[in-house]
Design a protein around this ligand. Structure first.
Ligand code: GUN
Length: 304
């Protein structure tokens, strides 16, 4: 889609899609909206719920709260013990649903085994469901109505649009069918909207000869949760690659003893692709930016 140009060593190198820079520009727009709401007496507020002390979940929530602070959104953290019964979490959600000072509710996933995450998500008031996971919001997204869009899929579309990647009419292949990425993403991409209107193929663990599909992609989106899953032989030259994976791999040389890598083997694929989003610094910051966007949208809707 973009020109594929060899570098001075004759290697093809893809343009890097800078998720951090694009997320910063989204956050700038969010900040303006927060100021406008403030002048009308509304302080957008996000309630974050963290169950247990999983290090990755703690890091994600910390990141999200830091973004709130950066754009002027108030955030309130509710930490619950890892063995809290489901009823305890549902009670908290009922309280947050009724609290008019709370505009958005985020329950960090995954939840411990004793809690049914579907039941939890369904209890969140759809008007406060800034993650866009509630069946009402997913259903509205599927049929093309206004809704809270799931943050990672919305962030991916925004990343492509703001990088100047044409989506309309392109063949997008999505690897992964999760409820939080693959399914909402495929539905966003097939909508008859600007920045969508694509032909979408979804591949998953039951797909036979997955590479036969991935090689047909104009835009390939990898969300399988397996480090380095997509290799250069699985893509066609000039493809645009979006890497959704965030996988920890052991690295004794790293300060924390691990490093984060995506689902795409960046070194080999970036020599074949025309553009590629890195990990970290690609989709991750966009997910957080879209959460901020949704929280402001929730506050704008209520005007309280
Ligand atoms: N766990 C992994 N991704 C997400 C997300 O986007 N939102 C929430 N709430 N939990 C997650």
């Amino acid at each position: 889609m973009f020109g594929v140009t060899p570098d001075k060593d004759g290697q093809v190198t893809a343009r890097i899609i800078d998720g951090k820079a694009i997320a910063d520009s989204v956050l700038g727009e969010v900040r303006e909206r927060v100021l406008a709401l403030g002048s009308r007496g509304t302080e957008p507020t996000l309630a974050a719920v963290l169950v247990g002390d999983d290090p990755a979940s703690m890091a994600y929530v910390k990141n999200k709260r830091r973004a709130c602070e950066a754009v002027g959104i108030r955030s309130v953290l509710h930490r619950l013990s890892v063995d809290i019964p489901e009823s305890g979490l549902l009670e908290l959600i009922a309280e947050l649903n009724h609290d008019r000072s709370i505009h958005g509710i985020l329950v960090q996933l995954p939840l411990p085994d004793q809690i049914d995450s579907h039941r939890v998500i369904e209890r969140i008031d759809p008007d406060k469901d800034v993650d866009g996971f509630h069946p009402v919001n997913i259903g509205r997204l599927v049929i093309g109505l206004d809704s809270f869009r799931s943050c990672t899929p919305a962030g991916i579309v925004e990343l492509l649009v703001r990088s100047g990647v044409q989506i309309e009419g392109q063949h997008v292949v999505v690897l992964g069918r999760s409820n939080i990425v693959g399914k909402p993403l495929m539905n966003l991409l097939v909508r008859k909207d600007r920045g969508a209107n694509a032909t979408v193929t979804v591949c998953h663990s039951g797909t036979r000869d997955l590479a036969a599909y991935s090689r047909q992609a104009d835009i390939l989106i990898a969300a399988v949760g397996r480090a380095g899953f997509v290799t250069a032989d699985m893509v066609k030259p000039g493809v645009v690659v979006i890497d959704v994976g965030i996988n920890r791999v052991d690295d004794t040389a790293a300060r924390r003893g691990y490093r984060l890598v995506g689902d795409v083997d960046f070194d080999s694929v970036s020599r074949v692709a025309s553009a590629i989003s890195p990990v970290p610094g690609g989709v991750g910051p966009m997910t957080v930016a879209m959460l901020m966007w949704n929280t402001v949208k929730a506050a704008q809707r209520t005007g309280t």
